[in-house]
Ligand binder design. Structure first.
Ligand code: FES
Ligand code: FES
Length: 221
């Protein structure tokens, strides 16, 4: 038996012991492009996940924060949400609706990890308050696939290996969907320019650009 130490939940491809992972590599990759990463990780034995991030409790002597009801459509589903006026769309998605496919990177508009489509336009969801979007239609990474059928851009990201760690991937894909709908895909240089608001710290740019270019000819924006 190998004496190599392995972190709980880590991949154990070289181990002589049977793998403790319940996910295949294909399933893990699919989770990255559909925003189902948290649920996928939760299924790995030995990996503790808390599900919803802990919400900070207000000091008991402070007055409760008044909320405002905002109506919006999230991935085609009508919602009436009681939001804190200070909540960004990103925080409403992640903390109120537990749609954690949309990622928080910088939380200041610099990385694009939080990109969603609002009324068809790409928006850094960390930079805009939910109360500003009464009646808006919001589309996130969770709303792209049609059941088990991936959106063409999700499929292209897999085929062109447009990611490594996957943290930026949902933002890249949502931005790519917007880029294609805008028609900014006539050349590699044009795609690079119009996708430049989305940072990939792993440097998977060649695959990302190839995926956007490939999917641009396949419709279903
Ligand atoms: S988390 Fe919104 S731009 Fe970085
Ligand atoms: S795949 Fe790791 S940050 Fe882009």
């Amino acid at each position: 038996m190998s004496d190599r130490k392995t972190e709980p939940g880590a991949f154990e491809q070289d181990s002589e012991e049977p793998s403790r992972l319940s996910l295949s590599r294909r399933e893990a990759i699919k989770a990255m492009v559909t925003g189902a990463g948290a649920a996928a990780v939760a299924s790995i034995p030995g990996v503790a996940t808390s599900g919803t991030p802990p919400v900070a409790q207000a000091p008991s002597n402070s007055a409760p924060v008044p909320t405002t009801v905002v109506r919006m459509s999230i991935n085609g589903e009508a919602k009436a949400l009681a939001v804190d006026p200070r909540q960004s769309i990103l925080d409403v998605l992640r903390e109120t609706l537990v749609l954690t496919g949309t990622k928080k990177g910088c939380n200041q508009g610099a990385c694009g990890a939080c990109t969603v489509l609002i009324d068809g336009k790409r928006v850094n969801s960390c930079l805009t308050l939910a109360i500003m979007h009464e009646g808006a239609e919001i589309r996130t990474i969770e709303g792209l696939a049609d059941g088990d059928r991936l959106h063409p851009l999700q499929q292209a990201f897999i085929e062109h290996e447009g990611f490594q760690c996957g943290y930026c991937t949902s933002g890249q894909i949502m931005s790519g969907v917007g880029c294609i709908a805008e028609g900014h895909t006539h050349s590699t240089e044009e795609i690079k320019f119009w996708m430049s608001g989305n940072i990939c710290r792993c440097g998977a740019y060649p695959g990302i650009v190839a995926a956007v270019s490939d999917a641009s000819g396949k419709g279903r924006a």
